[in-house]
Design a binder for this molecule. Structure first.
Ligand code: IPM
Ligand code: MG
Length: 356
């Protein structure tokens, strides 16, 4: 089969890790008889430098007309002083909203072989960590009205957290559908003891739950959830939460599974078009130094095969290859521990490719 993939390398370590992921995809194509055509497009800081805007219309059009999007990372200190509308992150947010990618899936799995990289006590981590965060991605505070105004205390700035019933319904359905394929447990994370938007959110979650009698549902306030994630991570299966809380919770999840460098993500919408990216950022300090961990991006490519192209076997082949390379003791710097073999970005990508 033929697939057109828009590739946004972006900024910082973006090009380093994308190079390894496309190498892996080419190998998969070779092995299974698929043709992956990569269309390079600019977004983020590099697009600001070249075209004066983070998300050029041409990039958006190409992304819209492709079968899928693979993204490295955007952002960097260089563009930190720009106004919010002109920053590289705007490219990411623009792609998410313009493409209607409301469901962000972020799996958090502690590989047995990476136990040493997990900061939790053995008695906690040995129970296993394997859950997925389903983060709402096109609503809430990220996209609500915001502004600056004068108050009796002087200048003030404000952002709005707002959710419509339909926005909650569709993300709830995504979460329950995924739970049906896993261990049939959904944990809703909100702040319903304080926020009106959370109270509506929770009521819609409860409504959708009625269609999934086999799924167990519980609710946690977000502050408590951050504690439970480190005290009792094995109790989670599927987490559903808002854009803002999901951003925070998924970073915490990445730490307890060893490194933010191994967590992939899929952003999906109604149209079937998906965007796949590591959850980590552009790490400009290590860009181009062959230090970045390409595993999160490689596993994002695997998610692409699974969710956008329905190539389950191919996706599993990548996951197994990653697992084997880790089993064989190879580590990038971020997950390095005593007795293991440290390798750079390129070598890690090559080892995984060879394993396939
Ligand atoms: C993420 C990132 C983004 C977000 C930033 C870069 C805008 O932190 O994908 O989690 O906040 O969503
Ligand atoms: Mg984040």
């Amino acid at each position: 089969m033929n697939f057109n993939i828009s590739v946004i390398s972006g900024d910082g370590i973006g090009p380093d890790i994308i190079e390894q992921a496309t190498k892996v995809l080419n190998k998969i194509g070779h092995k299974f008889g698929h043709q992956f055509k990569f269309i390079e497009v600019d977004a983020g800081g590099i697009a600001i430098d070249k075209f004066g805007e983070p998300l050029p219309q041409k990039t958006l059009d190409i992304c819209k007309s492709s079968d899928s999007i693979l993204l490295g990372a955007v952002g960097g200190h260089k563009w930190d002083t720009l106004p919010v509308e002109k920053r590289p992150e705007k490219a990411l947010l623009g792609l998410r909203s313009e493409l209607g990618l409301y469901a962000n899936l972020r799996p958090a799995v502690l590989y047995d072989t990476l136990k040493d990289a997990c900061p939790l006590k053995d008695e906690i981590s040995s129970k296993g960590i394997d859950f997925i965060v389903v983060r709402e991605l096109t609503g809430g505070m990220y996209f609500g009205e915001r502004g600056i105004k004068e108050t009796h205390l002087g200048q003030a700035a404000w952002d709005t957290e707002m959710y419509a019933v339909e926005e909650v319904r569709r993300i709830a359905k995504t979460a329950f559908d995924i739970a049906m394929l896993r261990n049939k447990k959904v944990t809703n994370i909100d702040k319903a003891n304080v926020l009106a938007s959370s109270r509506l959110w929770r009521s819609v979650i409860l409504e959708v739950k009625k269609d999934y009698p086999q799924v167990e549902l519980d609710h946690l306030y977000v502050d408590n959830a951050t504690m439970q994630l480190i005290k009792n991570p094995s109790s989670f299966d599927v987490i559903v939460t808002t854009n803002m809380f999901g951003d925070i919770i998924s970073d915490e999840a990445s730490q307890i599974t060893g490194s933010i460098g191994i967590i992939p993500s899929a952003s999906l919408g109604k149209s079937g078009l998906g965007m796949y990216e590591p959850i980590h950022g552009s790490a400009p300090d290590i860009a181009g130094k062959d230090l970045a961990n390409p595993i999160a991006t490689i596993l994002s490519a695997a998610m692409m095969l699974k969710y956008s192209f329905q190539l389950e076997e191919e996706a599993t082949t990548i996951e197994i290859a990653v697992f084997k390379v880790l089993e064989n003791g190879y580590r990038t710097k971020d997950i390095m521990s005593i007795g293991k073999k440290q390798v750079g970005t390129k070598e890690m990508g090559q080892l995984i490719t060879d394993e396939i």
